[in-house]
Design a protein around this ligand. Structure first.
Ligand code: ASP
Ligand code: MG
Length: 417
C-alpha cells in the first residue's frame, strides 16, 4: 500500500469531542497544533462536546413526532457563540444552510416515523463538519495556514460492507459500526488527487473530519461511535505518516483503571498486539480498529493528554519495549452470563449454531464463549443491558425443547465482571 505523497512528511493529530468542548479548549488545541507542527499536519477532529449525542436526540425526537425546533435552535446558539468567541463573528460558512437541511430532514423523519440509514449518516456527521470548519478558520485567524477537508471526499468505504438503506435500529447506533471498513486503496487515490489541488498550496495544516466517510457512490456513511480514532489511523496510513497522535483527556493507556486502582501509572510503550488486547478489555481510549491500518505500515501511535502535552503518554508500535510479561490489568464490567443447558444439547449437531444465530438476529455480540466437552451446557457472556433481549430470544428459539424438558430455560446471571 503506497502512501499519498511519499516526499512530504506528515504527522496526524486527532482531537476528540472533550478536547473541543468550548472556546478555551479550541484555543488549547490550536496551541498544541502550533507546538507540534513540523512539515505537514493532518488534524482529525470529532464533533464538539456533546454534539453527536445532541444530533442523535434530535433525530429521535423527529422520528417520535416530537417538536425539534428548540433542539435546532440550541445548535445555532452553541455554534454562533463559539464562533463569535473564536473568530469575533458569528456564522460559520454554510452553517445556516446546514441548519436548513437539518430542519427539512427532521420534517421528513417525523412524517416517515423511521430513521433510514442514509438520513442518520448524513445528519449525525454535521458535528465533525462544524468542528473542522471552526478549527481551520481559527487556526488561520491565529496566523497558521490551514484548510478544512470533508473526509467524505476522500474516505471510501468498501463496497461489500453493509451500507444499505435499511432503517437504523437502536443497536446499530449504540455500538459502533464494525461492519463498515474503509477501502484503503480507493481512498489513497482520492487523497492523492485532492492533495494536488493548487488551491491547497501554502496550507500545511489540513483539518479533516473524523467519523464520516462515503460509499463509492458518495453516499454518506459513519464509522461507528468513537470512530474518529479509526479515521485518524486511516489518514495516518494513507499519508504514510511519521506518527499518529490521539490527544485525549487521559495521560495515556494506564496499567489499571485509575478509578479502581489509585497507584495506576501510564504505560510508556506497548506493542500493537498488546494494545489490541487492552483496547478490547476496556481500555476505552483506543477503538480496537485503530491499530490495523497503522500496524500494516509500522506507524507509531501515541496517546497523549491535551492537559499535559509535554508528557510522553503511551507509544504503541512494533516493539513491546519492556520484557516484563504483564503490562496491565483490566476488567470488562456490566456483563451478563447466559447458560443454556440440558441433556437435549449433547450430541445434537447444530444446537450451538441455533444459539448463536438467535443472538445474531437479536443484534447481540458474544464477549466470551465456553462449552464443556460433555456438551450439556454452553455459556456465553454478553453486555448486561442486552440480557433480557437475549433471554426472550433464546427461550423462544428453544421453546419446543424447553416444553419437552430436554433443555432448561436460559439461565441468566446479571452484573458480572
Ligand atoms: N462524534 C462521534 C461520536 O461521538 C465520533 C467520535 O467522537 O469519534 O461517537
Ligand atoms: Mg465523541
Amino acid at each position: 500500500m503506497s502512501s499519498a505523497k511519499p516526499e512530504t512528511r506528515w504527522a496526524v493529530h486527532k482531537f476528540g469531542g472533550s478536547s473541543l468542548a468550548d472556546a478555551r479548549a479550541f484555543a488549547s488545541v490550536a496551541d498544541l497544533v502550533a507546538m507540534s507542527h513540523q512539515g505537514h499536519s493532518m488534524v482529525v477532529v470529532s464533533a464538539m462536546g456533546q454534539t453527536t449525542d445532541h444530533l442523535m436526540a434530535l433525530m429521535d425526537a423527529a422520528v417520535a413526532g416530537d417538536p425539534t425546533d428548540a433542539l435546532i435552535e440550541q445548535l445555532r446558539i452553541d455554534y454562533d457563540s463559539i464562533a463569535s468567541e473564536l473568530l469575533g463573528k458569528t456564522g460559520m460558512p454554510h452553517f445556516e444552510a446546514d441548519l436548513g437541511d437539518i430542519q427539512l430532514l427532521c420534517q421528513t423523519l417525523s412524517t416517515l416515523r423511521c430513521l433510514p440509514r442514509p438520513a442518520y449518516d448524513f445528519l449525525v456527521g454535521f458535528g465533525e463538519l462544524w468542528s473542522s470548519r471552526l478549527l481551520s478558520q481559527y487556526l488561520n485567524h491565529r496566523g497558521m495556514q490551514a484548510s478544512a477537508l470533508d473526509a467524505r471526499e476522500i474516505l471510501v468505504t468498501r463496497a461489500d460492507d453493509q451500507t444499505g438503506s435499511s432503517a437504523v435500529t437502536q443497536q446499530a447506533t449504540d455500538h459502533g459500526r464494525l461492519d463498515v471498513n474503509v477501502d484503503l486503496d480507493a481512498s489513497a487515490q482520492r487523497l492523492e488527487s485532492w492533495l494536488e489541488d493548487p488551491l491547497l498550496h501554502g496550507s500545511d495544516i489540513i483539518v479533516t473530519t473524523g467519523f464520516i466517510a462515503a460509499t463509492v457512490d458518495r453516499m454518506p456513511v459513519t464509522l461507528g461511535r468513537n470512530g474518529s480514532n479509526y479515521s485518524a489511523a486511516v489518514f495516518g496510513h494513507l499519508l504514510g505518516a511519521d506518527q499518529v497522535t490521539i490527544w485525549t483527556d487521559v495521560p495515556g493507556i494506564m496499567n489499571a483503571d485509575p478509578r479502581w486502582v489509585s497507584e495506576a501509572t501510564t504505560i510508556a510503550t506497548l506493542s500493537y498486539a498488546e494494545a489490541l488486547e487492552l483496547a478490547y478489555f476496556g481500555a476505552s481510549v483506543l477503538h480496537p480498529r485503530t491499530i490495523g491500518p497503522l500496524r500494516e505500515l509500522a506507524i507509531p501511535l501515541r496517546i497523549a493528554s491535551t492537559f499535559e502535552p509535554r508528557e510522553p503518554g503511551t507509544v504503541i508500535g512494533e516493539k513491546s519495549g519492556q520484557t516484563r510479561s504483564i503490562k496491565g490489568v483490566t476488567a470488562v464490567t456490566e456483563v451478563a452470563l447466559l447458560t443454556l443447558k440440558g441433556p437435549g444439547l449433547a450430541r445434537v449437531i447444530g444446537s450451538s449454531e441455533r444459539l448463536f444465530d438467535v443472538l445474531k438476529q437479536a443484534g447481540i455480540s458474544a464477549i466470551l464463549i465456553a462449552q464443556a466437552s460433555s456438551e450439556q451446557a454452553i455459556s456465553v457472556a454478553i453486555d448486561d443491558h442486552l440480557a433480557e433481549r437475549a433471554q426472550a430470544a433464546v427461550d423462544e428459539q428453544f421453546a419446543l425443547e424447553i416444553s419437552r424438558q430436554q433443555i432448561e430455560p436460559l439461565q441468566v446471571y446479571r452484573q458480572c465482571s
